[in-house]
Design a protein around this ligand. Structure first.
Ligand SMILES: Cc1cc2nc3c(=O)[nH]c(=O)nc-3n(C[C@H](O)[C@H](O)[C@H](O)COP(=O)(O)O)c2cc1C
Length: 172
């Protein structure tokens, strides 16, 4: 697909064809796009747990406010921060931004392969960490569902460009 078409057509997908598996070659390309993502100071402060097991996906779905469609995705990827203490020169924590960037790259790569994704930010963090065996000191930043879409959602509304962009100096 043309790169900009990927941007235009991407939607958060909340219904998946559960019988359709993601070929390893495609899954590996998606994961590779996370590996190649930029990160502050190139720390690559992340570990991605690729959940393929049907039972574990169901348990995760239950812990994500019971949104059981999550379990229908081909894989559910947990983004875990391995160096949560690092702060950039601006003083901001980098790990959430780094993992978001990797998720965004995976999302666009997946969409380019006719797959759909949804970022999941609503979950019981402690219980998910226990389920997945994530060490206490590593924050679980989010999940990304990846699978073959079983819906074509309409585009969600966006703010107008004039509302979100200004040039040279802040203006309302
Ligand atoms: C950080 C983040 C957290 C999100 N958490 C959830 C979530 O927990 N559950 C969900 O269904 N969608 C979640 N979404 C998806 C957003 O609802 C979605 O991106 C937004 O409504 C715009 O729709 P679109 O992605 O189809 O353009 C999340 C997205 C982001 C970026």
């Amino acid at each position: 697909m043309e790169f900009y078409d990927v941007i235009l057509k991407r939607r958060s997908i909340r219904a998946y064809k559960k019988e359709m598996k993601i070929p390893d070659e495609i899954l590996n390309r998606i994961l590779e796009s996370a590996r190649l993502a930029p990160s502050a100071n190139n720390l690559q402060p992340w570990k991605f747990i690729v959940i393929k097991d049907a039972e574990i996906k169901k348990e995760v779905a239950k812990l994500c406010k019971g949104r059981m469609w999550i379990a229908d995705a081909g894989v559910v990827i947990a983004g875990v921060a391995t160096q949560p203490d690092y702060r950039m020169g601006s003083g901001q924590e980098a790990f959430r931004i780094d993992i978001a960037t990797a998720f965004a790259q995976m999302t666009l790569t997946a969409n380019n392969e006719s797959l759909g994704c949804c970022w999941i930010g609503s979950f019981s963090a402690d219980e998910c960490k226990k389920l997945l065996g994530i060490p206490q000191q590593f924050p679980l930043v989010g999940f990304l569902t990846v699978g073959y879409p079983d819906e074509i959602p309409s585009p969600k509304e966006r703010k107008r460009i004039e509302e979100i962009v200004c040039y040279d100096k802040w203006s309302e």
